[in-house]
Design a protein around this ligand. Structure first.
Ligand code: 5AD
Ligand code: SF4
Length: 474
C-alpha cells in the first residue's frame, strides 16, 4: 500500500511554523508522507494567520484555486488550521463549501483523529476553542490546549535549530490586534516540560533553541510560593548540555526586567538579540493602541538594554497609518527609529481587524497611499541604520551557526561536494553568507566579514589550525 500524501502551506509567525512542524510530525506518525503540491496530496492543509487582512486574502484565494481540484477529486481532504480558523469558524465553510476541516490553534492535537473521522465519512468537522467572553476565564483557558507533542528532527528546516513554545496566548489586548482573541488567554508551560523538551532536542543533535511566546518575557509559572520567570528559565535551559545557543521572541517592552537583561548578559549561550516591538513613536497613538507605555518609557527601556548588554541587537515592529495617525505622529515614529539604532524593524501598514477594539472604536482614516508612503519612508530610514550597523562588522570575526545553502545557492540548485554559498547566523541573529561545504551545516564556524548590506554580512571562514582544533580569535 502506498503511503497517503500530505500537502501543507503555512503563513504567519514562528508560532505557526512550529504548529505546522508538529502537525506534520503527528500525521507522519499516522502514515502520511509529504507531497510537493495539492494535486499529489490526499490531505491539503493551510495553517493560517489573521494578523492582517492580506494574510487572510491569500488563504481564501488559495482555497478558491482548489475548488475544481476538489470537484474532480472529492475524496481529497481540505483543512484550514490556525488563527483564521479560530476567527472565521463556520464562515470558512460558507465561503469555501468544499472545505472539510476547520481547526483553531488551541485544538491542533485533534487533527489526526479528525482526518480519520472525515475519511470514514463523518462529513465536515469544526473544532475551535471558546470565545474569550464565552465563559469563566478558567474554562476559556482550558479550551486552548498548548500543542507540544513529541518532536521529529526531520521536520525542521535544519535539525540543529528548533523552536520551543514556552507559553501560549496573550492578555495584553492591544487595540489593533486579533491575537488575544484567536490564540486565547496567556498560559505559561511548566518549566519541567520545557526543559524535558529541550533536553530531548539536544539529544537529537539540536544546538540552538528559540523560546517562543507572543509576549515571551511575560513568562510566569507559579510553583507553590515561587514564580519562575523567563530569567530563571534561561538559566535552566542554559545548563542543558549540547545546546549552544538560546534565543527568545517576542518581547513586550514593559516586561523587559533588569533581572532578565542581566541573565542575557551573564549567560554566554543566550543571544544578545532582543525583539521588542515599539509599534509607534507617538504617545497619542500608543495610548490609542493601548500599549500601556509611553515613548519615554520605551526609550528608558532601550537605554537599560544598551547599558546592560552593550552589544545587544535590538529589533522592533512598527505599525504605520494607525487610526488617527497624523504626519506629526508619524514623524515622531521616524525619530524613534533614528534614535533606537534597531538592527532592523518590521514595518506594517495598519489593517483593521473585525473583532478588535480599534475596529470597533476608531475609523481607519489614513488613506492607503499615505500608509504606503509612510511605510516606505520608515523602511528607508531603518535600512540606512541597518547598513551602518552591519558595516561596523567589516573586518571583524564572528561565530556563525551554519544553517544551509544560501537562498541564491538554493535557486541555482547547487549540489554535490564542491564549495557552495552557505548561510548562517551570528549569536546576534545577523545573517552571514560565505563559501563553504555542505558538511559544515550545523557547525559553529569562525567567519571574517569583508562586506555588508542592510540585511546580510558577507564573509570567509577562518581556518586557523592550531593542533587538532580550530581556535576562534575574538
Ligand atoms: N495591522 C497591522 N499590523 C499589525 N500587527 C498586529 N496587528 C496588526 C494590524 N491589525 C503587527 C504588529 C505586531 C506584528 C506581529 O504584527 O506590529 O507586532
Ligand atoms: Fe497582539 Fe499586543 Fe499581544 Fe503582541 S502584545 S500579540 S501586539 S495583543
Amino acid at each position: 500500500m502506498t503511503a497517503k500524501k500530505l500537502y501543507i502551506e503555512t503563513v504567519g509567525c514562528q508560532m505557526n511554523l512550529l504548529d505546522s512542524e508538529l502537525v506534520v510530525a503527528s500525521l507522519r506518525r499516522a502514515g502520511y508522507e509529504l507531497a510537493s503540491s495539492p494535486k499529489r496530496a490526499d490531505v491539503i492543509l493551510f495553517n493560517t494567520c489573521s494578523v492582517r487582512q492580506h494574510a487572510e486574502d491569500k488563504i481564501y484565494s488559495a482555497l478558491g484555486r482548489l475548488k475544481h481540484l476538489k470537484r474532480r477529486h472529492p475524496h481529497k481532504i481540505i483543512g484550514v488550521l490556525g488563527c483564521m480558523a479560530q476567527k472565521d469558524q463556520r464562515l470558512i465553510f460558507q465561503r469555501a463549501p468544499y472545505v472539510d476541516l476547520v481547526v483553531g490553534p488551541g485544538q491542533l492535537h485533534r487533527v489526526p483523529e479528525l482526518i480519520r473521522q472525515i475519511e470514514q465519512g463523518s462529513g465536515p468537522k469544526l473544532e475551535v476553542s471558546l470565545d474569550r467572553t464565552a465563559g469563566p476565564q478558567a474554562q476559556v483557558a482550558e479550551s486552548f490546549v498548548s500543542y507540544d507533542p513529541l518532536r521529529d528532527p526531520q521536520m525542521r528546516p535544519t535539525p540543529y535549530q528548533a523552536f520551543v513554545r514556552i507559553m501560549i496566548g496573550c492578555d495584553k489586548f492591544c487595540t489593533y490586534c486579533i491575537v488575544p482573541k484567536v490564540r486565547g488567554p496567556e498560559q505559561s508551560r511548566p518549566p519541567e516540560h520545557i526543559l524535558a523538551e529541550v533536553r530531548r532536542l539536544a539529544d537529537e543533535g539540536c544546538r540552538e533553541v528559540t523560546l517562543l511566546g507572543q509576549t515571551v518575557n511575560s513568562y510566569k509559572y507559579r510553583q507553590g510560593e515561587r514564580t519562575v520567570t523567563l530569567a530563571e528559565l534561561l538559566e535552566r535551559v542554559h545548563q542543558v548540555e549540547g545546546i549552544d545557543r538560546i534565543k527568545f521572541v517576542t518581547n513586550f517592552p514593559l516586561d523587559m526586567t533588569q533581572p532578565l537583561l542581566e541573565a542575557v548578559r551573564a549567560l554566554p549561550k543566550v543571544s544578545h538579540y532582543l525583539h521588542v516591538p515599539a509599534q509607534s513613536g507617538s504617545d497619542r497613538i500608543l495610548r490609542r493602541m493601548k500599549r500601556g507605555y509611553t515613548v519615554a518609557q520605551y526609550r528608558e527601556m532601550l537605554h537599560r538594554i544598551y547599558d546592560t548588554v552593550p552589544e545587544a541587537a535590538v529589533t522592533s515592529d512598527f505599525i504605520v497609518g494607525f487610526c488617527g495617525e497624523s504626519e506629526e505622529d508619524f514623524q515622531q515614529t521616524v525619530r524613534l527609529v533614528e534614535e533606537g539604532r534597531f538592527k532592523n524593524s518590521y514595518i506594517f501598514k495598519y489593517s483593521p481587524r473585525p473583532g478588535t477594539k480599534a475596529h470597533q472604536l476608531y475609523a481607519d482614516d489614513v488613506p492607503e497611499q499615505v500608509k504606503r508612503r509612510r511605510n516606505n519612508e520608515l523602511l528607508a530610514v531603518q535600512n540606512r541604520i541597518s547598513l551602518e550597523l552591519n558595516e561596523r562588522f567589516i573586518g571583524r570575526q564572528v561565530e556563525v551557526l551554519v544553517e544551509g545553502p544560501s537562498k541564491a545557492a538554493q535557486k541555482q540548485a547547487q549540489h554535490g561536494e564542491g564549495p557552495l554559498q552557505l548561510c548562517g547566523r551570528t549569536l546576534c541573529d545577523r545573517i552571514v553568507v560565505f563559501e563553504g561545504n555542505l558538511r559544515q551545516v550545523g557547525q559553529i564556524l569562525p567567519v571574517r566579514i569583508y562586506d555588508a548590506t542592510p540585511h546580510t554580512l558577507l564573509g570567509v571562514v577562518v581556518t586557523q589550525h592550531v593542533g587538532p582544533e580550530v581556535y576562534v580569535l575574538q
